[in-house]
Design a protein around this ligand. Structure first.
Ligand SMILES: *[C@@H]1O[C@H](CO)[C@@H](O)[C@H](O)[C@H]1NC(C)=O
Ligand SMILES: *[C@@H]1O[C@H](CO)[C@@H](O)[C@H](O)[C@H]1NC(C)=O
Ligand SMILES: *[C@@H]1O[C@H](CO)[C@@H](O)[C@H](O)[C@H]1NC(C)=O
Ligand SMILES: *[C@@H]1O[C@H](CO)[C@@H](O)[C@H](O)[C@H]1NC(C)=O
Length: 659
């Protein structure tokens, strides 16, 4: 049994002495590169080729969402349009080819003249049944039979078979209209993905204590927050974890520097330290220049890790100052997260390593203790040759804790792609230990969500003019200042109160930064450009937020009570542009599910952008106010606004209602 630590990671954590590694002597060399942040580090290892796999374009033959399929918990709730259609084709498959019981329906959305969806099973079925006395004479005949055997359903308007055996399906527009109406009545929760898990851990942001959050933390923080939001929308309990670097060897240096510079630190460290970034830099400089200081710093680490009260107290103070700085950034970004830093898992390491050792997984190698893993040409070092622990030891303890103590069924790690090999090795070790199933697609499972770099205009890592890292607070300030200036240029300072101006400037400015990041496939690098992201045209948050505000203004101008309309009016989709919009609205469910289960926020961004395009086309061809179709069209406007707002919410963007 592993002793549970007392108290939270936020307070001093003093594990029983016996659970500590013996104090290494001589003092440990500084591990890895302690002055670089551990996670989400823009400065950490560059992605190696082979890890990067750009997301393939949505393909009709192999829908992406099949790789990780979400499951319906509840027979009553049928799930997305695509899933409901897949159920019909599944029934047809069982009748058409009763012997092929393991074949799953391949259904994908498509845009074309022939249908809204396609079922593509015929082509792959053919080689399996050919020559086995089948009645069919080629894939088109299989397609015909698949079509004929679809159970009767009001969702389908018509079907046809094309080419080598594609079954095309046109969805009934009345059914689309009814489904939207139902969502308006019951709320957007109707269209939430239904996952088969109850609890997940999302490990994201994870800055290093004593260093300021910079642009390198942006991606982990907002991608992690979005994934957490999508899971929460799917009714999964999410443990949002900030795995801060609060236990590295850099603390020896910081503590010694604190003692040296501020003898009175116990009473006034907060005011004394002031700018933690500058404090960090100065202590690093001292460390690099003076070997005597360096030695003291190394001894201080041992004292800290050995639990000496004075060192623990200094450590707590430094952590507290950092924490309150981080909290300000999270507050601005609208991100909630709970800290369980590296120090939290430290007391669990010995017990976890013992379990692994008892399973025969740990071997001695050149004085270190390691786990050899198939498929990797380096072993996972779990105890260094000096007896100290490292990231792998902490991550093994953390994954054990999350699976066994927190009972998480899905653990998601959001860090830069450079760390993907490290996590693959940790996951593999957890599989060998039997903590995770061997099969990647069953639960409990662990996934590393990697992302590329934020680049400057020069194509290199984004830096300030004096080649400093870009502080996150400066970046947010500038985004807000610029969006406020744009609002003033539009004369909004004369129309609005100061509060409205401030709030809109923040919503638009921060939203622009988030969206510019999230709309890219996360594995790619992207170039940070304020002018582009704050443009009110094109695929930007500004454009989308304004589009939403315009829809709200159409509804306001109608003077109609939408709650009343929802009860009394009916949606009809007679105009082709109404139908396109309606179908796209209904596809929210499958798109959010795909974004969530495949851990790709860009899918949701693309969906949102297409929605606003579909709306624009609808609105320019289908006048709303004062027309016979007014009530139906207002409901379509309302449904669009509801879905857009839900997309904004999932992306962590605050909607604006007027512009
Ligand atoms: C599971 O995922 C790992 C890491 O992505 C990969 O190397 C391995 O081949 C996968 N295994 C299966 C059975 O797909
Ligand atoms: C991202 O940028 C880094 C550094 O310039 C480069 O090594 C890497 O290949 C880039 N990744 C992609 C996907 O282009
Ligand atoms: C409308 O939505 C569909 C997806 O349903 C998308 O493929 C299409 O490009 C959108 N139309 C416009 C005009 O953007
Ligand atoms: C968005 O529209 C583009 C262009 O029509 C289409 O290729 C893409 O599949 C659509 N994506 C979504 C998520 O609607």
């Amino acid at each position: 049994m592993i002793a549970a630590p007392v108290g939270r990671a936020l307070v001093l954590l003093l594990p029983p002495a016996s659970t500590f590694p013996p104090p290494p002597s001589p003092p440990p060399p500084l591990l890895f590169s302690p002055f670089n942040r551990r996670r989400s580090s823009a400065s950490s290892l560059l992605p190696s080729s082979g890890i990067l796999r750009a997301n393939s374009k949505r393909s009709v033959l192999a829908p992406r969402s099949r790789t990780i399929s979400a499951m319906a918990n509840d027979e009553e709730t049928l799930g997305s349009l695509k899933k409901q259609l897949a159920k019909l084709f599944e029934a047809s498959l069982r009748v058409t080819v009763p012997t092929e019981t393991d074949v799953e329906p391949l259904v994908a959305a498509c845009t074309g003249n022939f249908g809204d969806y396609q079922c593509n099973n015929a082509m792959s079925l053919w080689p399996r049944i050919k020559g086995k006395g089948t009645e069919f004479r080629g894939p088109p005949a299989v397609g015909q039979a698949l079509m004929k055997n679809i159970p009767q359903s009001e969702m389908i308007e018509k079907c046809s078979v094309a080419g080598p055996g594609f079954v095309n399906v046109v969805i009934s527009k009345n059914w689309i209209a009814k489904s939207i109406q139902k969502m308006l009545t019951h709320g957007i929760g109707e269209w939430a993905p239904r996952l088969s898990i109850q609890r997940a851990v999302v490990d994201f942001s994870s800055p290093n204590i004593a260093k300021e959050m910079h642009v390198g933390h942006l991606r982990s923080t907002i991608i992690g927050d979005t994934l957490a939001r999508m899971l929460e929308f799917s009714n999964v309990e999410v443990l949002r974890r900030n795995h801060v670097g609060d236990w590295g060897t850099q603390f020896g240096m910081l503590i010694e520097f604190l003692f040296e510079k501020f003898p009175n630190w116990e009473h006034a460290s907060e005011t004394a330290i002031g700018d933690l970034q500058a404090f960090y830099k100065a202590s690093k400089q001292r460390f690099d220049e003076d070997p005597v200081f360096k030695e003291r710093a190394q001894k201080a680490v041992v004292k800290l890790q050995g639990g000496e009260p004075k060192y623990r107290k200094a450590w707590t103070q430094i952590c507290d100052i950092s924490r309150s700085e981080f909290a300000k950034v999270y507050q601005r970004l609208g991100v909630t997260i709970e800290e369980k830093g590296e120090s939290f898992y430290n007391p669990y390491i010995p017990g976890v390593l013992e379990k692994l050792s008892n399973l025969g997984l740990i071997e001695e190698s050149q004085g270190a203790r390691v786990i050899f893993l198939e498929g990797f040409n380096i072993p996972l070092i779990v105890v260094k040759s000096d007896g100290g622990y490292n990231y792998a030891s902490t991550d093994l303890a953390a994954i054990w804790y999350r699976l066994n103590e927190e009972k998480a069924e899905w653990i998601i790690y959001v860090t830069d792609v450079g760390q993907s090999q490290h996590f693959e090795m940790v996951f593999k070790a957890a599989k060998r230990a039997g903590w995770l199933p061997a099969d990647n697609n069953s639960y409990p499972r662990a996934n590393h969500v990697g992302f590329g770099l934020v680049l400057g205009e020069d194509g290199k890592r984004f830096r300030t003019r004096n080649t400093e890292v870009v502080r996150l607070v400066d970046l947010l300030d500038e985004a807000k200042t610029r969006s406020k200036a744009a609002l003033i240029e539009r004369g909004k300072d004369k129309e609005w109160t100061e509060d409205e101006l401030e709030q809109t400037a923040e919503a638009v400015g921060y939203g622009a930064v988030k969206y510019a990041d999230l709309k890219n496939n996360r594995l790619t690098n992207y170039t940070f450009n304020f002018d582009q992201m704050l443009n009110d045209k094109g695929n930007t948050a500004v454009y989308l937020l304004y589009a939403h505000a315009r829809i709200c203004s159409i509804i306001r101008k109608s003077g109609k009570d939408m709650e009343e309309l929802k009860k009394t009016a009916e949606i009809s989709l007679d105009h082709p542009d109404e139908r396109v919009l309606g179908l796209h609205l209904l596809q929210f469910a499958e798109n959010v599910e795909e974004a969530c289960t495949n851990l790709l926020p860009n899918v949701l961004c693309e969906y949102l952008y297409n929605l606003s395009e579909n709306f624009t086309k609808f609105y320019s061809n289908c006048p709303v106010i004062g027309k016979p179709e007014e009530a139906s069209r207002l409901l379509l406007c309302e449904a669009t606004a509801v879905v857009m707002r839900q997309c904004f919410h999932l992306l962590g963007i605050v909607p604006v209602y007027k512009i």
